[in-house]
Design a protein around this ligand. Structure first.
Ligand code: ZN
Length: 316
C-alpha cells in the first residue's frame, strides 16, 4: 500500500491534470461525476463541464452533494486524436483494471493505460466508498442528428433519465466491452453515456450543458428554484428531442475489421429510419445493406473506430 501511495505522489501533477473542477455543496447528497474526453477528439464535453463548473461555483450554498468534472485522455486531447495507442473506452474490464492497478506507471504498456491509472487514483476511492454516485461519460459522434444516452434498461436509470426526455438507448452497453460505465455499474452505481452531438459543435456543447444541469436538478443536487436557467434548459431539451423516439433497444451493430476499408454512405443522421436491404455503406467486399428495419444510430464518418453503425428500434 505504501508503495502505491509513494507512486501516486510522484504522479500527483499528472493525476491532478484530470480535474476540470470539484464542487462540494454545503449540504449532503449524491456525488455526480462527469468524465469527458476519454476519446481525445471529443473536447466538446470538456468545454461543457467547464461551463457547468463555473455555474455551480456560485450555487455552493444550495448544492446537496458534490459534482466532479474530469478529463479522460489528456494526452489524446492535447493532440486532438481519438487515442494514441489503444481505445481508452475499451479498457475498463475488471481484469484489465486489476492489471493496471498492479503495474507501476513506468511499466504500463500504453499511453491510455497510464491515463487510466491516473483516473483510477481519483475514481477508485469514490466509487468504492459508501457514497451514492451518478456517473456520466460524455461523448460526441462523427455523424449528425439527435443526442441520446446509452444506459442499462433498469428502473433506477430510467427514472433518473426519463425526465430529461433525451432518447435512451438500451443494450448498446453490452456490445461495447470495457467502457468506463461498466466499471461504475459493476461497483453498484448508476452509470450512463451521454452522446451529446456532433464532434466540436456548439450544439453538442449546449446539449451537454443543458443535459447535465437538468440531470443535477432531477438528481436533487440543485433545487430547481435556485437555478435561474432551469426552465430555459428544460425547454431547450424538449425542443431538441421533439419527434425523436424516447426509449429504444439496440438491435444490430456493424463491426469493422482491420483492412475492411469501410465507407459509410453519406447523408445518414441518428434515428433516420432504415429498412432491411437499404444500402448503408460499402467496404472492399462490396455493398453493406441493412440486415433489419429500424433507425440508424452513430453512422461512422471518421477514420478511427470499429463500430460502423448501429440499428435500433422502438422499445416495447
Ligand atoms: Zn467517444
Amino acid at each position: 500500500m505504501q508503495a502505491i501511495e509513494s507512486e501516486q505522489q510522484e504522479h500527483t501533477q499528472e493525476i491532478l491534470k484530470h480535474f476540470i473542477g470539484d464542487i462540494r455543496g454545503d449540504h449532503p447528497g449524491p456525488t455526480v461525476i462527469a468524465v469527458a474526453g476519454i476519446h481525445g477528439n471529443e473536447p466538446t464535453g470538456v468545454e461543457a463541464i467547464e461551463d457547468v463548473i463555473s455555474q455551480l461555483e456560485s450555487l455552493k450554498e444550495f448544492i446537496h452533494g458534490r459534482f466532479i468534472g474530469l478529463r479522460g485522455n489528456n494526452t489524446a486531447l492535447e493532440k486532438n486524436v481519438r487515442f494514441i495507442d489503444e481505445d481508452m473506452n475499451r479498457l475498463w474490464v475488471t481484469s484489465i483494471l486489476d492489471k493496471i492497478r498492479r503495474t507501476s506507471f513506468e511499466d504500463l504498456s500504453s499511453t491510455e493505460r497510464i491515463e487510466l491509472k491516473e483516473l483510477l487514483c481519483i475514481l477508485d476511492p469514490i466509487v468504492y466508498s459508501d457514497e451514492e454516485v451518478i456517473y456520466i461519460d460524455l461523448h460526441t459522434f462523427s455523424g449528425t442528428g439527435c443526442m441520446f444516452t446509452i444506459t442499462p434498461k433498469e428502473s433506477r436509470h430510467i427514472d433518473l433519465l426519463s425526465q430529461l426526455k433525451i432518447p435512451m438507448v438500451f443494450g448498446i452497453e453490452h456490445t461495447l466491452i470495457g467502457t468506463s460505465m461498466e466499471y461504475v455499474e459493476d461497483a453498484g452505481h448508476v452509470g450512463f453515456a451521454f452522446e451529446s452531438g456532433t464532434h466540436g459543435t456548439v450544439m453538442a456543447e449546449n446539449n451537454a450543458v443543458a443535459g447535465l444541469m437538468t440531470l443535477m436538478v432531477n438528481a436533487g443536487l440543485i433545487p430547481a428554484n435556485k437555478l435561474d436557467q432551469f426552465a430555459t434548459y428544460y425547454a431547450y431539451l424538449m425542443e431538441k428531442v421533439e419527434g425523436f423516439p424516447h426509449k429504444i433497444d439496440f438491435v444490430y451493430k456493424h463491426v469493422i475489421e482491420d483492412g475492411d476499408e469501410f465507407v459509410m454512405n453519406p447523408g445518414f443522421s441518428n434515428f433516420d429510419p432504415v429498412e432491411k436491404g437499404d444500402w448503408l455503406a460499402t467496404d472492399k467486399h462490396g455493398k453493406i445493406e441493412s440486415q433489419t428495419d429500424g433507425y440508424i444510430l452513430m453512422p461512422l464518418y471518421q477514420q478511427q473506430g470499429y463500430d460502423g453503425f448501429f440499428i435500433v428500434r422502438d422499445s416495447e
